[in-house]
Design a protein around this ligand. Structure first.
Ligand SMILES: [Zn+2]
Length: 179
């Protein structure tokens, strides 16, 4: 089984409507959190900036959460604007749902594949895993990577999930020989 790995190469933009200029694109930039203490309660936000007018807004990560409920490493990460923590919070589907945005992954992910493809005997089996939750359409991913037409993908690719529906959950597929 050949491994294909989908991974992030940068931070995706957010499709989020700006209240000032109506632009629909925002960025976390370098990635900054804001932590506000109120007695023993903490608010934590991720700051985002409109790409056209620079207006800053806050996405709620924690709302009046007891200090003691935080993992100390996580809390340090918020204070230090830890890049890994920024990335993991940004791509957490819960945050997107809560703050009503979607992520724009254009240009910030890649597919890593082994180069051994041509040595394989047909049929070839591939396992796709996701290092980061990038939504990809399996048919497009496979067509592009293997240089197949959409029709060839339909004819030659056997897969347990619907090929036209975006997914960010691992899956396997099989490619049969051209006839
Ligand atoms: Zn704006």
């Amino acid at each position: 089984m050949l491994p294909w790995v989908v991974r992030r190469t940068g931070l995706p933009l957010l499709s989020l409507r700006c209240v000032d200029c109506r632009s629909r694109s925002a960025t976390v930039g370098e990635g900054r959190f804001r932590v506000n203490a109120n007695g023993k309660l903490l608010d934590v936000w991720l700051l985002v900036r409109c790409v056209s007018c620079d207006r800053t807004s806050k996405l709620t990560l924690h709302d009046r959460a007891p200090v003691r409920s935080f993992d100390p490493v996580e809390l340090d990460g918020y204070h230090a604007n830890d890049p890994e923590l920024v990335a993991s919070r940004l791509v957490d589907p819960l945050l997107a749902r809560r703050n009503r945005f979607t992520l724009d992954w254009k240009g910030v992910w890649r597919l890593d594949t082994p180069s051994a493809w041509l040595d394989q005997a047909w049929p070839v089996q591939v396992e796709v895993t996701f290092q980061d939750p990038v939504p990809v359409r399996p048919d497009r991913l496979i067509a592009r990577e293997l240089g197949l037409s959409r029709n060839e993908v339909l004819r030659r690719v056997k897969c347990e999930i619907p090929l036209h529906r975006p997914t960010s959950t691992g899956f396997t597929f099989m490619v049969i020989a051209a006839d």
